[in-house]
Each structure stands twice: as C-alpha cells, then as structure tokens.
Design a protein around this ligand. Structure first.
Ligand code: TRP
Length: 339
C-alpha cells in the first residue's frame, strides 16, 4: 500500500503558474505559509508550466523563462531547497498520465460550474475555451495527488480546484481502492490582498502589484502613488482606514503597529504621507533579505537549474511509485512480472 501511510510527516504540495514575477499578494496569500510550513512538513512546490500553457500556448518560450523567474522568487523568499522539493510540471509525465485517468471521472458540467474557471474565462474573453483550459483543474488534481499531498496552501481563488481534487480522490478511491488521501486546503492570513489601485485584487496583469523583486526605490514610488481614503484632503482630516489600501497593507505587513496607526488616522493625527513612509520602510525591511538572497542566484543561474533538476528528479521517483500503484488498483498493470 501507500508508502507514507501513518507516522511520516504530512506532505504539502502547492505551486504556481510561471507567468511572471511573484508579488506581495502571493506572499501573504501563500508564500509566507510555505516558508513556515516547510520546517514541519515534507513540502513540494510545483512550477506548473503545462497549466501556464492553457492561456499562453502561443509563447512557450516566455513560459520557460518564467519557470526560472518563479524558482528564483521561491529561493529569494526563503524556500530552502534542502527542505522543499521544487519541480517542473512538464518534466513529470506521470502527472499527464494521471490526468487522463482522472478525466474519466469528472464531468464537463462540473468543470463548467467551477467559479474560478468561469471568472478566468471571462477575464481572458473566452466565449469558447480550449479543452485544456476547461480541464486544468483535473490536471491540478494530478499535481496534488502524484505525491499524495495532505495539505495544499493556496490563495482563496484556488479553493474550487481543491474541492474538485477532493471529489476526484473520493471517487477514485471508491471505484478502484484507497490510494490517495483527501487533501485539505490551507488559506493564508490575507487570501485576497488589494492592488495599489485600491479596487482590484493585486495582480500582475492589472498592473497594480508590488513585486518581491522590486527595488527599494520602486517600492517607495509605488506606495507613494497608492490610493488612500478619498475623503481626506487636509492632513488633519479624520481618516477612514477601512477604505484605505495603505492601511490594509499595514494590517498585512505591519501588524504590530496597525492598531496605533488606525487610531491616529481616525483622529487625524497622522497624515497619508507619513503613513505611507512607515509602510514603505516596513515593506522594504521585509524585502531586503529577499533581495540579498536573490543576488546569489541571479549571479549563478546554474545553481537554480541544479535545484530544479534535483527536485524534479526526486519528485519523478515518487510519481512513478504512485503511478505503479494506481495502475495496479485499476488492473492496468499488464506484464508487471516482466519489468
Ligand atoms: N492554479 C494555481 C495558480 O494559478 C497553480 C497550481 C498548479 C497549483 N498546480 C497546483 C496550486 C497544485 C496548488 C496545487 O496559482
């Protein structure tokens, strides 16, 4: 049976599509959790390049550059390759293989009802979407289960996909035999961080993000332009922190001082400029060690490649074992005595 049945540490799998640099929304939504949890759980991070193809199939060359970019963001943020296995999705063919078997036990209507698929397809303006796009939650279920993950730290938008995975696991286990644990989602403290525009979720495509790799100067400029409480005109006007993005960031990144700032803002005792300066300092303090770690990898890209290669190899070994077990319970293990 399963090779990690009882007492071994629980396994985590999570990951990202390589579609560009990671930002503060990723940090509070999930990265922070991952850095913490890697000490407690056996952690796998998948760079989902096949999933990125669902929307970027016209520029695979860009995706392969972004794979390294995301890996560098992971390492900069404090993911330790000794503790966490970082892997490239397309290099694990067993994930594609599992996806095919899972696709038999998921209905098209289930996929069409998935709220994240719905909103993403609207965002991309698809009136007809590709089979691969509609089906990416099935492939994501294969990502999560190839290593029999128990826990999936993700942002809120991913919850429908984890639900879909749980459904597939239950159905698979019922039909063929208990192979997979039902994974649970773990949402970060700030599952939906606003963007600098104060209207939308922080997102690279909406141009409202502070990236983990931004310089101290860029962070300052971006925060200076951030939208605050529109009712505050004069410096001592009483503020409304509940509508202010800068205050939201204080809550997310400067928790210990958020109460004091809230009181002063409501009393008109701190102006927006001073409040923004404090935030800039806090965020730069958070990002500084990341910048330092990044330099080492930027100077030695072969180090990043080595980490990806080793991690993928380690993951592939596990994927092969899981695939073998999957085929056995499905009675597809032909000629197993011959190899
Ligand atoms: N869909 C996730 C995103 O867009 C990325 C992803 C791919 C993922 N495979 C995964 C997340 C497996 C968690 C588990 O961010």
């Amino acid at each position: 049976m399963s090779n990690k049945e009882n007492d071994g540490p629980k396994r985590i799998l999570t990951g990202d599509r390589p579609t560009g640099k990671l930002h503060l929304g990723h940090y509070v939504g999930s990265l922070k959790n991952r850095v913490k949890l890697q000490n407690k759980y056996e952690t796998f991070l998948i760079i989902a390049d096949v999933q990125a193809l669902t929307t970027n199939f016209e520029s695979p060359d860009k995706i392969s550059q972004d794979v390294r970019q995301v890996a560098m963001d992971y390492l900069a943020v404090g993911i330790d390759p000794e503790k966490t296995t970082i892997l490239i999705q397309s290099m694990i063919p067993e994930i594609a293989e599992l996806t095919v078997y899972y696709s038999m036990i998921v209905t098209v209507n289930q996929l069409k009802r998935n709220p994240t698929i719905k909103s993403e397809s609207e965002q991309y303006g698809y009136d007809d979407m590709s089979y691969g796009f509609l089906g990416y939650p099935v492939s994501q279920a294969a990502d999560i289960t190839f290593c029999k993950a128990d826990l999936v730290p993700v942002g809120e938008d991913q919850l429908p996909h984890i639900e879909q995975t749980r459904h597939i696991v239950r159905k698979f286990n019922n039909l063929y035999g208990e192979v997979f644990p039902e994974p649970e989602a773990l949402v970060g403290d700030f599952p939906r961080l606003s963007g600098l525009d104060g209207k939308n979720k922080m997102s690279k495509s909406l141009n409202n993000a502070i990236f983990l790799s931004d310089s101290a100067e860029t962070v300052k400029e971006k925060i200076n332009k951030a939208v605050t409480d529109p009712a505050r005109i004069k410096i001592d006007d009483p503020g409304h922190p509940e509508v202010c993005t800068v205050f939201e960031y204080h809550q997310a990144f400067n928790e210990e001082n958020a109460d004091e700032i809230e009181k002063k803002c409501r009393a008109g005792e701190i102006g927006c400029v001073a409040c923004k300066n404090r935030l800039t300092n806090t965020i730069n303090e958070l990002l500084e060690p990341m910048r330092e770690r990044r330099v080492k990898y930027e100077k030695n890209p072969e180090l990043v490649d080595e980490i990806l290669y080793t991690g993928t190899k380690r993951a592939r070994k596990i994927a092969k074992e899981t695939m073998k077990e999957t085929k056995e319970v499905m009675n597809l293990d032909y000629f197993s005595n011959k190899n």
